[in-house]
Design a binder for this molecule. Structure first.
Ligand code: 3PG
Ligand code: MG
Length: 418
């Protein structure tokens, strides 16, 4: 891999140089404020922020600290930019990165200046005011149409403006490397570019899984939609020894096996595809044998554990049951490599968290190289209070880690190659 790294940049000397760092600071904000991202976590508190907005999981901010600290210690003028949520190319206060600047400053133990725009007057003066070793965070990249534009010229014009703010570019936004966006794909074409510590570590870990993982290799998949995971299931099936499926997506598989699933989440148009996958899986796919079925999608809904082939018609499955956890744990205990993506149930509601907790705990106990992929499963680990250090690696990228394992070319990684 011909990718230059942060160490190469540091070796050249960065003191007094303006270094742009693309970070993925797309963290979940407290829903009560109305400011939410695409993450569904209601996880552990992570410190107060200005404006009363709370960051419910600051894992992605902490993940980028090693790169930022290395740069500030070396005397760089550090300009950080990121997206948050999915605003539509114009300023939208509920997606402001301002609260993130506050939390970033707390974690760095230094004040972080915040620019009210991304490439306008505020950004230019924030960058201008930086002294050696200081950090500025610019407002949400996606407040600008050019960031996500499919039009190369429009994206390029925005990338020109971003690139003009710095003298070198560091990509540490692993969670966004699968996006062909200006800040990820086009800015590195305009400046000397290197991979940051987080991107490097993520690629090292995932390439180990994609290459020749130690066997048995067990993959645990959950989350709500089969359609989101179809490509990764196809790519993983030939590689894995066992594929354990839970979460909302298991009901489409159960239906494909001929079971009624009540009012559980179901992707009717995927049933045939799931039947075909099961037929080709050679017994590698394991499905839940029991589920926690509730009479409503609510934290206090009446619920029982039922057999997976006997879900009552008016109930919906919101978690996998204890026998499933035991069966999955038994398989996980034999593994030498485990990759887990997607919660087993609605872990945000305590009544439906036992499946995710049980499977996560089994993963921590395995004598294996264990990798947690992605936004929601990583958030689940922290929300359930599990010890993060008992996993081999917790990825900061949901879609990005799945696309990496699918073997796709990731625009943000390709842009760093020379
Ligand atoms: C994520 O949360 O998965 C990343 O930050 C990418 O965000 P996106 O899916 O909105 O591009
Ligand atoms: Mg996402």
């Amino acid at each position: 891999m011909s990718i230059r790294t942060l160490d190469d940049l540091l070796a050249e000397g960065v003191s007094g140089r303006r270094v742009l760092v693309r970070a993925d600071l797309n963290v979940p904000l407290d829903k009560q404020t109305g400011a939410i991202t695409d993450h569904d976590s209601a996880s552990a508190p992570a410190g107060g922020t200005p404006d009363g907005v709370r960051i419910s999981d600051d894992g992605r901010i902490r993940a980028v600290l090693p790169t930022l600290q290395a740069l500030t210690e070396a005397g760089a003028k550090v300009v950080v930019f990121s997206h948050l949520g999915r605003p539509k190319g114009a300023p939208d206060p509920q997606y402001s990165l301002r609260p993130v600047a506050g939390r970033l400053g707390e974690l760095l133990g230094a004040s972080v200046s915040f620019a009210e725009d991304t490439v306008g007057d505020s950004a230019r003066s924030a960058v201008e005011a930086l002294t050696d070793g200081q950090v500025a965070l610019l407002e949400n990249l996606r407040f600008n149409k050019g960031e996500t534009s499919k039009d190369d010229a429009e994206r390029g014009a925005f990338a020109d403006q971003l690139a003009a703010l710095g003298e070198a570019y560091v990509d540490d936004a692993f969670g966004a490397v699968h996006r062909k966006h200006a800040s990820v794909h086009d800015v590195p074409a305009r400046l000397p570019h290197v991979a940051g510590r987080l991107v490097l570590r993520e690629v090292e870990v995932l390439s180990r899984l994609a290459g020749d993982p130690e066997r048995p290799y067990v993959v645990v998949l959950g989350g709500s939609k089969v359609s989101d995971k179809l490509a990764v299931i196809e790519a993983l099936l030939p590689k894995v020894d066992r594929l354990l499926i839970g979460g909302g997506m298991c009901f489409t598989f159960l239906k494909a096996q001929g079971h009624e699933v009540g009012t559980s989440l179901l992707e009717e148009e995927m049933v045939d595809t799931c039947r075909d996958l099961l037929a080709r899986a050679d017994g590698k796919i394991a499905l839940p044998v029991d589920v926690v079925a509730a009479d409503a999608f609510a934290p206090d809904a009446a619920h029982d554990t039922v057999r997976a082939d006997a879900i009552p018609s008016k109930r919906l499955g919101l978690d996998v049951g204890p026998q499933t956890v035991a069966a999955f744990a038994e398989v996980i205990a034999t593994a030498r490599t485990v990759f887990w993506n997607g919660p087993m149930g609605v872990f945000e509601m305590p009544a439906f968290a036992a499946g995710t907790r049980g499977v996560a705990e089994a993963i921590t106990k395995a004598d294996a190289f264990t990798v947690v992929g992605g936004g929601d499963s990583a958030a689940a680990v922290r929300a359930l209070g599990l010890d993060e250090s008992s996993f081999g690696h917790i990825s900061t990228g949901g879609g990005a880690s799945l696309e990496y394992l699918e073997g796709k070319t990731l625009p943000g990684i390709a842009a760093l190659e020379d």
